[in-house]
Design a protein around this ligand. Sequence first.
Ligand code: FMN
Length: 453
Amino acid sequence: MSVQRTLHLGLMFWATGTHAAGWRHPDARADAAYDIRLIQEVSQAAERAKLDFVFLGDRLATDPALQHSNPAQISRLEPFTTAAAIAAATSHVGIVVTANPTYSDPYSIARLLASLDHLDGGRTAWNLVTGADAAAALNFGRDAHWDTGKRYDWAEETLRVVRALWDNAPGPDGRGGRPIHHRGTYFSVDGPLDVGAPPQGQVVLLSAGTSDRSRDLGAREADMVFAGPQPTLAARREFYADIKARAARYGRADQVTVLPGLTPVVAPTTEEAVARYDELNSLLVLAPEEEVGELVRAGGIGEGYRLSRTSASRLFGVDLRGCDLTAQVPAETLAAVSEEGRRRLAEITRLTRRTATGPHRITYGDLVYATPTQLSHTVVGDPYEVADMIQEWFEERLADGFNIYPSSVPGSVTDFVDLVVPELQRRGLFRKDYQGTTLREHLGLAVPPRRSA
Ligand SMILES: Cc1cc2nc3c(=O)[nH]c(=O)nc-3n(C[C@H](O)[C@H](O)[C@H](O)COP(=O)(O)O)c2cc1C
């Protein structure tokens, strides 16, 4: 059990950043989602910093509601073609691609992932998701999004077939492929695969859902588990312990790396970092007040984003309508906020260092910008403060590492890579160089033995 733990870091690629104002930041480029040079340069920055991987999500449906929060997610390149271009521009960094079994056949998934693993020399991971967007069903000849049970039953059979196809795929000389003759509940697949066995034997598997079924699949099968946002540190601790306990029951406690998302807003000094955070927030687009309360669309990531003085009033339980966003909030008003409001005030102070009564006072803007649910935990500070937080979560067993969400691109990527990674390396927490060339090697995982069908 006393295997030396090492910190793992990946980079989530959203072309104009993950912050809801990243697309309005001076860094942002309107064509970023299609600028393959930019995508390659960001991946090269990740590789320079010896990060474990670059992550490419996928959604299979678009959501116009994203136009005010993350327009580069409305339309973008699909992950496999993007990954091939990243593979050609890099040599070590892992490449995570998202493929959703709900809308893809196991044979297709197996050959795409095996092909990519050949192209990138064993650096591929599969982010197995069952779908964040209910609207995807309407693009694939279905009336409705399947329920969780059906999606995970389907995904688990898909995974069994994909792994059997890889285990029985031909060798590098094109020989030795064996049929699998799979006859399951959902699929009939004969095999063998028409692509050679992936260099990693089994492509690294990542799971990123939130449901109980997803936790179970992650603990039983995945090499990496992405953890979504959690409301409290206690919930974060519970998630980590739960995945590890479940994995232990499957005899693989040391084989699952748990990675929450982390948005670092970092600068050489704390003051500059807070100024960067304030600049981003000041670029947020407020919804017209009269539209608040309308639901935008079912089941999309744009849905949660409604930012206005009215919604902030509702959340904090005090009337903020008509307020000047730059003005300080009177201490009496802050004393009257709701219980949820008090929790958000503590967050505001943690992020901005502003308080109700001190020399730097909380502003109305702070309240309004604190309304939406964040995509991930955010930390604002100088390189030492950010490294402290990473070290603490790692040592306290809240995380085995992080999937870094850059709030703007490319500035937040280079800030993290140039300011925080060297500090983590100096502390002996993060690798100074890659020890191998495959993602399995970065994760300290052996190539599994081949099992015949
Ligand atoms: C960091 C992270 C990244 C994710 N990326 C995607 C993605 O690219 N596409 C997607 O459909 N779902 C993605 N999801 C997972 C979906 O949220 C998940 O499939 C959905 O919630 C349904 O699974 P569940 O019912 O287990 O929650 C991601 C989740 C996390 C935590």
